[in-house]
Design a protein around this ligand. Sequence first.
Ligand SMILES: C[S@@+](CC[C@H](N)C(=O)[O-])C[C@H]1O[C@@H](n2cnc3c(N)ncnc32)[C@H](O)[C@@H]1O
Length: 230
Amino acid sequence: MEHHSGGSGTNKNKQMVEQLQRYGVISSKKVVEVMETIDRALFVPDGTPAYVDSPMAIGYNATISAPHMHATCLQLLEENLQPGMHALDVGSGTGYLTACFATMVGPQGRAIGVEHIPELVAASIKNIEKSAAASLLKGGSLAVHAGDGREGWPEHAPYDAIHVGAAAPEIPQPLIDQLKPGGRMVIPVGKIFQDLQVVDKNLDGSVSIRNETAVRYVPLTSRDAQLKGY
Ligand SMILES: C[S@@+](CC[C@H](N)C(=O)[O-])C[C@H]1O[C@@H](n2cnc3c(N)ncnc32)[C@H](O)[C@@H]1O
């Protein structure tokens, strides 16, 4: 939580979203709406500046991604996050994006987070319970599971939207398999030099891949490697 002057948390969250619009990061009305609805301050550890446009440490060698990356990914996935659709958030960390996805797909849809650090799963559920997505968690359309996200979450596949919040050396095949024809995955790929890749599954099952932008994420790896500091 922030305690500086300049308005309440909710107002400051709104100001952060307005700034992302001014900088041209967000042009979509739906992304504005969802980022205004889900207050980022509820997802960062106490004492962490919530609205600064930078990634922040959340423990366990993990980070919450920067607001401009959240906005970019939401915008790339917007068409695949319509009411009733299914979304998978791999490496869900704080649960922030999972909560945004759940809000966009609504109670008839499904948003699943998969995170391999059980303590982060537990913390993310607490975060979501404080947020505007709490009723979706209670109603069962939003869930966060502990597991290796490289395997996806077959139970609710296929997905219209898959977001991966950590950089994979290459795109895991189970995630491609769990993408619906017409579905889209956004995934950072690479080791030191990484690209945010947009993977579209065509109706014939083939995939088209393009690079959106250069990025820097923590690796999508094993829990042991992450806890050892990679
Ligand atoms: C950049 S961080 C968090 C991103 C999340 N979108 C957020 O903003 O809170 C990436 C997350 O991926 C998780 N992670 C890394 N490898 C994973 C794996 N194989 N399976 C599941 N989660 C993984 C890390 O523990 C970390 O929480």
